[in-house]
Design a binder for this molecule. Structure first.
Ligand code: NAD
Length: 247
């Protein structure tokens, strides 16, 4: 291990599986103390034993009261990693108000509350990094059947840039990471639930220039760099990790 994050305290959301889990583990391997959170207690239990650097807490990112309580327990942090996300399917005509609101609550309002809770501590010590998981779907490329999801992920890019601009002179960096198609448990569930899973898997692979889906570890590697002091001159930027899908 190269200890690129030694001494850093990181709060992460959606650490139970997929990109969130791989990134929490990568942060811990690089020497950070990671407060790994998720709404799913069972998945956190399997993560807890993986590294002595990981502390787990159940957190629903839509519960601002619980976010406030976590802020009090954890105190000032160095890095906030906002990963929680929900994928609503469908075009505009197939999207209900409830799905639209749920998408914005989990994907966007959660980040508003998480950042608002942890930012004052970062500003007080003059140093802090916020890494928000967006997606190439939305502002980078139009993806079919992802109307509400794409709108939320474009919003994540907007809030990230606004945050970076407002606090650039206070030692705060804010960046967004845009994964392409990543082989996570929820992606596998969505594909396997399609009418013809074999065909859908083939289609997903076929649209990848590298001939394969991304792995959660592919995204985690970028997040380790962005959380580290190697990225000290990097802010307000959008980082694609999509295997060239949108090049
Ligand atoms: P996933 O969907 O497999 O897992 C999501 C995790 O979030 C689960 O552990 C779940 O328990 C947790 N979660 C759900 N609702 C929550 C809530 N209200 N509060 C706290 N935790 C909650 O993970 P993934 O596919 O790796 O996606 C992670 C992030 O990456 C999401 O923001 C997603 O939109 C984004 N993303 C994923 C892909 C992909 O292809 N997998 C592509 C682009 C962007």
């Amino acid at each position: 291990m190269t200890q690129r994050l030694a001494g850093k305290i990181i709060v992460a959301t959606a650490s139970g599986q997929g990109i969130g889990r791989a990134t929490a583990l990568a942060f811990a391997r690089e020497g950070a103390t990671v407060w790994a959170t998720d709404i799913n207690e069972a998945s956190l239990k399997t993560l807890a034993g993986e590294s002595p650097n990981i502390r787990t807490r159940v957190l629903d990112v839509c519960d601002d009261g619980a976010i406030q309580a976590l802020t009090k327990e954890v105190g000032t942090i160095d890095v906030l990693f906002n990963c929680a996300g929900y994928v609503a399917g469908g075009s505009i005509l197939e999207t209900s108000d409830a799905e639209w609101d749920k998408s914005f609550d989990i994907n966007v309002k959660s980040m508003f509350h998480m950042i608002k809770a942890f930012l004052p501590g970062m500003i007080a010590k003059g140093n802090g990094t916020v890494i928000n998981i967006s997606s190439v779907a939305g502002a980078v490329t139009g993806v079919g059947n992802r109307f509400a999801y794409s709108a939320t992920k474009a919003a994540v890019m907007g809030l990230t840039k606004a945050l970076a601009r407002d606090h650039v002179n206070q030692g705060i960096r804010a960046v967004a990471v845009c994964p392409g198609t990543i082989h996570s448990p929820s992606l596998a569930d969505r594909i396997n639930a399609s009418p013809d899973p074999k065909k859908t898997w083939a289609e997903f692979n076929a649209r990848q220039p590298m001939g394969r889906l991304g792995t959660p570890e592919d995204v985690a590697g970028a997040c380790v760099y962005l959380a580290s002091d190697e990225a000290a001159f990097v802010t307000g930027s959008i980082h694609l990790v999509d295997g060239g899908w949108t090049m």
